[in-house]
Ligand binder design. Structure first.
Ligand code: SF4
Length: 719
């Protein structure tokens, strides 16, 4: 804890208890971007897992874990792990040897690519993997398979934040500040983030700020557990973030709560913003958002008058057809008030996936090469080709984004390698996605559990869970951390990077994938990222352990990384100035109608993670939240004659599901809310709108039009 980056975190002194015959493996939780530190307690004799405890020495969580963190270790020896390769024979997935499975995968890749071209085989990967694995996925697609069609499930999660940050400040690190800065803020704006449920261990930081007198503004359609502690809750109609942001900016400008000197010296675009937000009076914004004008004025003054302030947001802002506009609009709050590059001032997005940050930095996005390099940049291509030892011309150009890949299955794309992802639960309009997957000539999935997607595969290859992995991830702050795995694997499971290396070898590309350990991959990643925006060159495994992680960029080995961005007020554009970008409110892609009169929104609960493939199998979590439900306001429920706990049918133009009603005042009367962690008949993504944000290509998960019907015959539950 001696390094400056770890100062100001709440630490409690505690030495982990050591017991005879046991040892502690120091790693990080897999279940959200906080990446809380934990020790896995194992028996020395066989490395079997005995339990878990939080790490007091890791600054981020300082001895705390949330319910998911406490239960995560139960994946390791879970009875439902896939233990052996499986091949589909006569319609059934049956046990096979690794040689049989990998030979079949290789021959199918060669058949398909021989017949239809290299791009006809796609790779769809995930962001819950280590940086080393994510890096290997990007490299394997480009020079193992030679396909341009690789993308990852972070496209559904972080891509609007990523695009918005890049267009506003030229760099995509999820937070401009270390998390310890939250406590230094005089005001916090939390937009579209149910922090208490989705990133529970961020709450001690928010309490810390409040204890020091900070005001809390929550912008969210629901009165979430986070909104309950707010000084002002702006309960906006879903899909109106740009309007509320413009309304706040309107009041700040009208009241002179902007930093003219900062704007003049360090930004461009302010005059245009003034023109655009001039018409976003509190009265007009109230009509668009449904929030009272007085609350908009109060919130704008609280933020504008504060000396230091953080603006933080999440998927509620980003998963919209106008998600990148909304992100840049919220970033404008920081820019016009000069609240950036200082202790307690900046902006952040709450990273959803375990490695949502690192997973989007090193090349598994279709338009990107390692170090956040653009795949269309000739210099970047030359450099990465030299690191990989290939000709520049061997690296394909940009391909399709995640949902576009799915839409092309059976058409432009005939074969698919799916890694650590469950798109038939996590995608929008999943009735269609099931049909897309069935249209493939060949489908191979690498996973730890039999997900709803893997069930459809021709070959399933078993992978390690996080607790068995060595490597690194990058947390919500931009801090790279070191994960250590237990030295025990059930059955015949292999790490994803080992599986990929073996397929590459069989494809005759093995010389590019000769690694003996994740550290060797990381050392190559360091070189590949050198000189890029996300520069990891100066980060080593040794340094990560010594410093409790290192914030990127870290360009040299004697550099200690950069916990707080923009302290020099230099933004990542040629003129060094941040771009204040102005957007008009457009609203959701799909509007409510007579047939579908309610707004449907989706989100998470504290007990589950993403598609639920991992958490739905852990009893300690499912006991608390076994099934999805729909939140309905009492007045709306009355209108439909629906009682608490009754079964209801929810429909949208794309499909329907049946779930139980949870009558609650926390939700607006014009909307309903359903958590999205379940598959098959219980998947709310049967209903969600596949409309993509044009720049980030994120689907509009957070708003679609829906209708509600009471089911008279309760016997047909989930039918
Ligand atoms: S807050 Fe996130 S990282 Fe921390 S224990 Fe909970 S799920 Fe794990």
């Amino acid at each position: 804890m001696s390094h400056i980056q770890n100062e100001n975190y709440s630490q409690r002194n505690y030495e982990p208890i050591t017991r005879d015959g046991e040892e502690l493996i120091s790693t990080h939780c897999c279940f959200c971007g906080m990446q809380c530190g934990m020790n896995i307690r194992v028996k020395t004799v066989d490395q079997s897992v005995v339990g878990v405890e939080p790490r007091y020495d890791f600054p981020m969580n300082g001895g705390r874990l949330c319910p998911k963190g406490v239960a995560a270790y139960r994946q390791a020896e879970h009875r439902e792990r896939i233990l052996h390769p499986l091949i589909r024979k006569n319609g059934q997935l049956v046990k096979a040897t690794w040689d049989e499975a990998l030979d079949l995968v290789t021959s199918k890749i060669q058949d398909i690519q021989g017949k239809y071209g290299k791009d006809a085989f796609g790779l769809y990967s995930g962001s819950s993997m280590t940086n080393e694995k994510c890096y290997i996925m990007g490299k394997f697609a480009r020079i193992g398979l030679g396909t341009k069609n690789i993308d990852y499930n972070g496209r559904y999660c972080m891509s609007s934040a990523s695009y918005g940050f890049n267009q506003s400040v030229g760099i995509d690190r999820g937070s401009t500040n270390p998390w310890s800065d939250i406590k230094e803020a005089d005001v916090l704006v939390l937009a579209g983030s149910n922090t208490a449920e989705c990133h529970p261990l961020s709450m001690p930081y928010i309490w810390g700020a409040r204890d020091k007198g900070a005001k809390i503004i929550v912008i969210d359609p629901r009165e979430t557990k986070t909104a309950l502690v707010a000084d002002v809750h702006l309960d906006i109609r879903p899909g109106t973030d740009v309007a509320i942001g413009n309304g706040l900016l309107h009041v700040m400008i009208a009241d002179g709560l902007v930093d003219e000197q900062f704007i003049e010296q360090h930004t461009t675009g302010y005059e245009r913003l003034k023109e655009v937000v001039a018409s976003y009076t509190p009265q007009r914004v109230a009509e668009i958002t449904g929030v009272a004008p007085e609350k908009i004025i109060t919130a704008a003054r609280l933020y504008g008058q504060a000396k230091e302030g953080m603006v933080m947001f999440a998927r509620g802002v980003e998963q919209h057809a106008t998600g990148t506009d909304a992100v840049s609009t919220y970033v404008n709050l920081s820019l016009v008030s000069g609240k950036i590059g200082k202790k307690g001032s900046g902006f952040a997005t709450f990273t959803g996936q375990g490695n949502g940050q690192g997973g989007r930095e090193h090349g598994q996005k279709t338009d990107q090469l390692p170090g956040f390099r653009k795949i269309t940049d000739p210099k970047a291509r030359e450099y990465i080709a030299s690191v990989w030892g290939v000709e520049e011309s061997e690296i394909p150009g940009p391909g399709l984004s995640a949902f576009e890949i799915l839409q092309q299955l059976g058409k432009e794309i005939k074969g698919l390698l799916l890694v650590c992802s469950n798109p038939i639960v996590s995608s929008p309009s999943i009735g269609d996605v099931g049909e897309y997957l069935k249209g493939l000539d060949f489908f191979v999935a690498i996973d730890m559990f039999m997900s709803e997607s893997a069930e459809l595969a021709d070959v399933v290859l078993p992978s390690t869970v996080w607790i068995e992995d060595n490597g690194t991830t990058t947390n919500v702050e931009g801090r790279v951390v070191r994960l250590k795995g237990i030295n025990r694997r059930p059955g015949e499971v292999k790490a994803d990077w080992e599986i990929i290396s073996e397929i590459a070898d069989r494809l005759g590309r093995g010389k590019y994938f000769k690694y003996n350990s994740p550290e060797e991959i990381f050392n190559e990643l360091r070189v590949a990222s050198k000189g890029g925006i996300a520069d990891y060159y100066g980060i080593t495994y040794e340094k990560l352990e010594k410093m409790q992680g290192v914030f990127w960029p870290c360009p040299t080995e004697d550099d200690e990384g950069m916990p707080r961005l923009f302290e020099d007020k230099k933004f990542n554009f040629p003129d060094g100035k941040a771009k204040i970008l102005a957007f008009e409110h457009k609203g959701p892609n799909e509007q409510v109608s007579e047939e579908f009169p309610l707004i449907l929104s989706t989100g998470r609960v504290v007990y589950h993670y993403l598609s639920g493939n991992q958490t739905r199998r852990i009893e300690a979590l499912t006991n608390f939240c076994p099934d999805p439900y729909v939140e309905i306001h009492p007045n709306t429920a009355r209108q439909y004659n629906i009682g608490n706990g009754e079964l209801v049918k929810i429909s949208s133009p794309r499909g329907h599901i049946k779930v139980v009603a949870k009558i609650t005042k926390i939700i607006r009367e014009d909307m309903i809310f359903v958590p999205y962690h379940w598959g098959k008949q219980l998947a709310i993504n049967h209903l969600t709108n596949p409309a993509l944000e044009p720049k980030s290509k994120i689907p509009e998960f957070k708003v679609c039009a829906a209708k509600l019907e009471k089911i008279e015959t309760l016997g047909e539950k989930h039918g």
